[in-house]
Each structure stands twice: as C-alpha cells, then as structure tokens.
Design a protein around this ligand. Structure first.
Ligand code: HEC
Ligand code: HEC
Length: 149
C-alpha cells in the first residue's frame, strides 16, 4: 500500500467496530458449498454485503455471470442460494429499495470509501487488479476483517 492509502486504512480501524461480531456472522462465508463453488474465480463474498434480492438475482443468472459462465448443478445452486439469501439483510443503508445491485463495489457505502484513487491503485497493481478483489488489499477479508491491515 502507498502512504496515502495506508493512512486511510488506519482511520478505517475505528470503523471496523461497526461490523458486528455475531455468532453466525454475515461477514464470513459459513457454508462449505458456497466456500468451494464461489471461490474459484474470486474470494467467496459473504452474504452480509448484498441484500437478499441481489443474491436472488445473481443466483438465478449464473450462466451469465459478469461475462463468465458460473453455472452449477441444481442441488449446489439451491443450497448456495438458500444460504446467501437467508443470511443477507433485507436492505443495505443508503441503497434505494428499488435498486438490485449485482455488485458490492457499486453500493453507496462502498464507493464512498473506495473512491477513484482506489480504482487507480488496484489497476496499477497487477496482484490486485480490480476493486472486486477484496483480498488484494484486505488480507483478512475472508475472515470478515476489513479495517485492520
Ligand atoms: C485497492 C485496495 C482495496 C480493495 C481492492 C478493497 N478495499 Fe476495502 N478498503 C481499502 C482501504 C485502504 C480502506 C480504508 C479506507 C478509509 O478508511 O477511508 C478500506 C475500507 C473498507 C471497509 C471499511 C473499513 C471497516 O473496517 O469498516 C470495508 C467494510 C471494506 N473496505 C470492504 C471491502 C470489500 C468488501 C472489498 C471487495 C469487494 C474491498 N473492501 C476492496 C482498500 C481496498
Ligand atoms: C467462472 C468464474 C466465477 C465463478 C465460479 C464465480 N464468479 Fe462471481 N464473478 C466472476 C467475475 C469475473 C466477476 C467480476 C469481477 C471483477 O469485475 O473484477 C465476478 C463478480 C462477482 C460479484 C460482484 C463483485 C463486485 O464487484 O462487487 C459477486 C457478488 C459474485 N461474483 C458472486 C459470486 C457467487 C455467489 C458465486 C458462486 C455461486 C460466484 N460469484 C462464482 C467470476 C466468477
């Protein structure tokens, strides 16, 4: 990380307490099928990051998944969909009730924190690439830790 981004990361530690540590944390993937099948191309994103309606939309169109075919057999698809939808919030703060984003990286809170400088930073570091690659900057992302690197 460069100095500016590092300094911002320090500020984020204070925010990290905003992510509640619950028994079944929505910030960590707790379903093995999801962990396995949804981490082939990127880290498996935790259910808490998108509203239920977004997970439903993503899971009902896996053959057309951000330019990739991420199709699964019915059993796996149903299990993953049930898991993500059941653990996801009904709404996300700042998001219009009519909006069904397919990306975490398009959510209002996300773009507020990760501005254009972050996009440029990710693009200029091949090991990161895009802002969708949470683990590229947050080593603890798969453990639900985002404010502490
Ligand atoms: C290019 C590096 C980079 C990438 C990629 C990135 N982040 Fe961040 N993120 C940061 C930095 C730096 C901060 C601290 C920013 C601040 O405080 O202004 C941050 C802050 C956060 C915070 C708030 C900190 C906290 O503890 O509450 C969350 C949550 C978060 N990121 C989630 C994600 C998720 C989810 C992804 C992937 C979809 C992601 N980030 C991808 C660099 C990145
Ligand atoms: C065949 C590869 C592949 C598999 C398997 C896959 N994805 Fe993806 N996914 C992608 C690509 C490519 C992107 C876009 C990444 C980018 O823009 O950098 C993406 C992006 C996403 C995003 C949006 C990330 C953002 O930008 O906020 C979500 C959410 C997501 N995938 C969920 C899933 C789920 C759930 C599964 C398992 C059912 C899954 N993916 C399996 C390839 C895959």
């Amino acid at each position: 990380m460069n100095m500016n981004i590092k300094a911002l990361a320090v500020m984020a530690v204070a925010l990290s307490t905003a992510l509640p540590a619950m028994a079944a944390s929505p910030w960590v993937v707790a379903n093995n099928t999801t962990k396995t099948e949804c981490s082939a191309c990127h880290m498996a994103y935790a259910p808490g990051f998108l509203p239920k309606r977004s997970w439903r939309a993503i899971m009902s169109d896996l053959s057309n998944h951000f330019g990739e075919d991420a199709s699964l057999d019915d059993a796996a698809r149903t299990e993953i969909s049930n898991y993500l939808v059941s653990q996801a919030p009904r709404d996300i703060r700042g998001l219009a009730a009519s909006a069904t984003p397919l990306r975490i990286t398009e959510l209002p809170w996300y773009t507020r924190i990760h501005g254009p400088r972050f996009v440029a930073y990710a693009q200029s570091h091949p090991s990161i690439g895009t802002l969708s690659n949470c683990t590229g900057c947050h080593r603890g992302a798969e453990r639900g830790i985002f404010g502490d690197d």
